[in-house]
Design a protein around this ligand. Structure first.
Ligand code: SF4
Length: 208
């Protein structure tokens, strides 16, 4: 597991009066804040979770905050989100514009929201240079030989270094634990896997 595996099992049992406070990528909440003004498709498990009366969702799109919508696509070059925060990697758009400063400001805004709203969990869209939580692109995703790397986007890195717990829309085993918290009668899917447990992840990152 990429972060503390006991965190979710230790989450409190939320109620309608005191719902679980979840920060979520705006696009995962269905907002048309993607670079192309889409929401990058539907993620039924996340949407079902956010519809629960025992969940209070706080959607936020860090890239829309700093760069508006529509906008160029961007990726991290020379490292991951943590490296960007440490001044060792850059965020560049597909045309080469440097968005590093704006992305760091967006991460600070997201952190401010998480603190003000006393977020208990964040669910972020994976592979995004901002929101990625496990897998991101290594350089330009539109390059002919696009490459993935293990790492967080800039905003997820900012949340994590400040103590917030982040999962992605692909962490189905983790989402099952959250469902058990918000609905005691929920029957967990024992076959559900987090993204790092999938065959794709293992085969891609175990390549020689
Ligand atoms: S920055 Fe995050 S919330 Fe905004 S569109 Fe990209 S993945 Fe979604």
């Amino acid at each position: 597991m990429i972060n503390d595996p006991t965190y979710l099992t230790r989450l409190r049992i939320p109620t309608v009066e005191n719902p679980l406070r979840i920060l979520v990528s705006g696009c995962l909440a269905g907002h048309s804040c993607g670079y192309d003004e889409s929401s990058y498709g539907e993620y039924p498990v996340v949407q079902k979770l956010l519809q629960s009366k025992r969940v209070k969702a706080f959607p936020f799109c860090p890239e829309a905050f700093s760069f508006g919508t529509p906008r160029e696509m961007c990726d991290i070059h020379g490292g991951n989100g943590e490296d960007v925060l440490n001044g060792k990697a850059r965020v560049l758009t597909e045309s080469g514009t440097d968005w590093t400063e704006g992305m760091i400001k967006a991460s600070e805004k997201m952190l401010e929201l998480a603190r003000i709203e006393q977020i208990e969990l964040a669910i972020m869209m994976d592979t995004s240079a901002a929101c990625g939580s496990l897998v991101i692109y290594n350089g330009n995703r539109f390059a002919p030989n696009k490459i993935y790397q293990i790492g967080s986007g800039v905003c997820t890195a900012q949340l994590r270094r400040n103590g917030f717990y982040v999962i992605s829309q692909r962490d189905y085993a983790s989402l099952e634990i959250v469902f058990q918290k918000i609905e005691v009668s929920h029957q967990p899917d024992e076959k559900a896997k987090d993204h790092h447990e999938t065959e794709w992840f293992k085969s891609y990152f175990q390549k020689p």
